[in-house]
Every structure is written in structure tokens, then in C-alpha cells.
Design a protein. Sequence first.
Length: 466
Amino acid sequence: MDESNRASSYLDEPPNSRLFLVTSKSITEEIIREHFADFGEIQDIWVVKDKQTKESKGVSFVKFAKSSQACTAMEEMHGKCLAEGTKPIKVFIAQSRSSGSHRDVEDEELTRIFVMIPKSFTEDDLKEKFKVYGNIEYAIIIRNKTTGESKGLGYVRFHKASQAAKAIENCDKTFRAILAEPRTKNASADNDYFTNLRSEHSGNDPGSNSYTFAHESSSYTAGETWSSDIITRCLMVSSRVAVTQEQICGLFDLIPGMDFCEMQRDQYGFSKGHVVVRYNNLGSAVYAKEKLNGFEYPPGNRLSVTYIDDGEDRTSPVGKMAMQLVAAQMMSMVWNGPTGAQLMKTSTGYTAPPTHQKTRVQTDVALPSLKKLVSSDSVVKERLFVIFNPSPLPVDVLEDVFCRFGSLMEVYLVPGRNVGYIKYADRKPAHEAIALLHGKVINGVKMKVMLADPPKEESHKRQRTY
DNA sequence: CGACGGGACGC
DNA sequence: CGACGGGACGC
């Protein structure tokens, strides 16, 4: 035995790599080794014996090199007989020696992992990443309840402890996968969109980008409101996952005055839904944009809503503020009136007048076609530093723009500043993005695009995506 | 001018 | 019911 083996057999390292066995007193270390050797590297077997009589107390510990080995052995060997005429054994993950507890470790504590993920991840993205380790019972993303924005954290529940252990051991380090602490109590998920919608529309949420439709003038001073060049009655709704026309129309028809709602076929062959919605008045469109841009529908899927230049209803920059204030006050009255039942009216069967294809990105730059984002477990090969003037573009718009050179990994905006970072898994797309986008204007926001300096060194932080 | 995030689940 | 030993790195 070399030094590392000896050292690790003294500690409960890695966590959950040691088994606690309850056996007949006749079961010896040799018998245990025979039956458990195939599950992995056994670092130690200890049969607990009476100090005086040297007789086994029917309790043993088996230390494996890895938690996944211990978990697999537990799953396979629990209830088996190791010798003729002996009782079936019980196998548990041993409590760590420092814990002092002798309570059985439940599967509940071993099958759910906690991960850090890109904010753009949906539940399906999460499942895709982790399904290679085993059957996933569910995957959920932690989101801001009001804005629907992902917090970049998620849970994945597997069916078996060995699957969770393998995921933790083998998944990309950037996920920072660890076992999740058990929930304090039983939680029941609330996936009522309308509940969320109502809270979205009534709450004052200082932490979100939602527009506060209050009476005071401070509500329209945020810069982001003005990042778009134009305000029109016509909106482009973009969804990262497939949605039906009926879903989007039902949602946007909650706001009065809808002219029509038409699903656009994505010209790039992606299944990102693009839906054009037009209202018969600017106020409704302003309200819909402010309230539904970033709204999570279905849960995990943030909708993007931008104005489309339909050739009419252009307003001067000077007029925007007044327009939005008027719209805000008008819509505030509308929304303070109806009851929940009235809000829940559904709409179907929209006739769709011909509308020319538009995108949510307004720019004179000739952008390449949309490309897929690469998975977060890729290695960052190049990173861009982007400065926005006067205010940052939304992350979804930035993804739309910066993905078009290929191998985009993540967009990160520095909170409270007009700068952000764009991570690519290849150098070439990053350099092409600089060449095409530096100094250009997107949705009225001028960007400086350059290579980022290397991040600050933090010796204790390792294996970040950057 | 303009620089580096982030770990917990509606009872 | 069924929970914690033995032995000792190497500047």
C-alpha cells in the first residue's frame, strides 16, 4: 500500500466511499473481499470484533476508492447471502466517522445532485447533460420567482445513488456537481403560469428588470428601456424552445388590443419559435414588451420580446418617455381592474395577415446565420470583453448576435456595469465577432468588442470555465 | 472612458 | 437489530 492509499483509508474521502455492512457473525474479511472486489478498488476491509473474545460483532466496513464503487456495491449486494446458511446482509453507505451519527444514510440523500449551469440552460438541457449517468427522475432549475430568470443552479435527481455518484465524479468540473442537501421538508411544485403571471404583473421587484407601473417618474429612468431604437405596435416574440402559436397568442392576448399573432417559420431551420404579435395601439405593445420580455413560459424558457419596425408608428426619442409613461398609466388601470378569472380567458384561432419576416435584433450589420451554442463543458478558448453604450443589451439578444460566428459558450454581463464577457470554445469565431461587431450598433446600443484580458488569478479557485 | 459572477429548493 | 482498528509518511 502506498502512502495515498493509506491516507485515504483513514478518512472518509471521498465522501460516501465507505460501506457499512451488517452480516452474520460467521462472515469473514475474506468472504467479504470475494464478494465485493469486483465493484472497484477496495482500500480497506474491517470486520468489527469483540475485543476479548475476538468474535465478529456482525458489523463490517468496506472502504472503496470511489463513492460510485461503494454505491454500486451497496445496490448490488444488499440482501444477498455471502455464505450457505447465513442471513442476508444489509449494506449501507457508512456515516462519516466525524459525524457521530449511526442513523442509516437514506437514498434520498444520495440520489440528488446540485449543479451550477449556464443561465441559458433549460430543464431539458440539464437532463441532456446528465442522462448519460443514469435514469433521471427529474431535473429542475432554480429561478427567480418573479422574473423567471434562472439563477444558474439546478438539481438532478437520479434513481440510484451510484448514478448520482458517477455524475459527480465524471461530469465536467464547471458544473461543480455535489450531492444536494436534503430538502428541509416536502415541497410541492407550483407550476401555475397564471399565478406567476399575476405576481409578475402586480409586484414591485427591485431586483428585476421589470418595469414598475407606478405613478412616480422614477420608474422610467432605467437605461435598458431605451436600448431599442424604435417603439412600434408590432412585436417579435422569440422562444428558445418550441412553443405553439396558441401558447404565445394565449399569453399575449391577456393584454387587450391584439390585432393578430402569427408563428414565423425560422428561416435557419432551428426550432426556436418566432412569433409576431401586433396590437392595435402602442400602449398595449409597450406593456406587452415590458412585461413579457424575459417572462418564463413554459417554466425554464425565457421569452424574448422586441419591437419590430413595421414602417409605422415611429416615435422620436424625445417622445418615447412620454409615450411610455402614458402607456404605463393606461395599462396600469387595465391591470388593476380584472380579476384572476377574467385574466384567464383563453384565445384560439387567430387569423394571420401576411407579415414580412423580422428578427428581434435590429442592426445595419449583416449578421451571419444563427448557430447553435456549444455545451458548457467545452473549454473556453477565447473570451471577449464588450463595452455597451449607453446600456447593456439583454443576454438573449447578445446570445442571438454572438452565437452567429459559432461555438458560443456563454454571455456574462457584469452586474451594474456596462460591460460583459463572451466566451467561445474556439478562437476563430471570437476573432470574427470582433472583426464584424466592434464599433457597431445593435438595437441602438453601440458596442466595443475586444479580446478580454485574462481573469484575475485566484489560487484556490480552479477549473472554472473562466 | 470600461474589467471579472455564482451554491439551495414557495410551507 | 447493527457503528469505528491497526499502524505509522520521511524533511
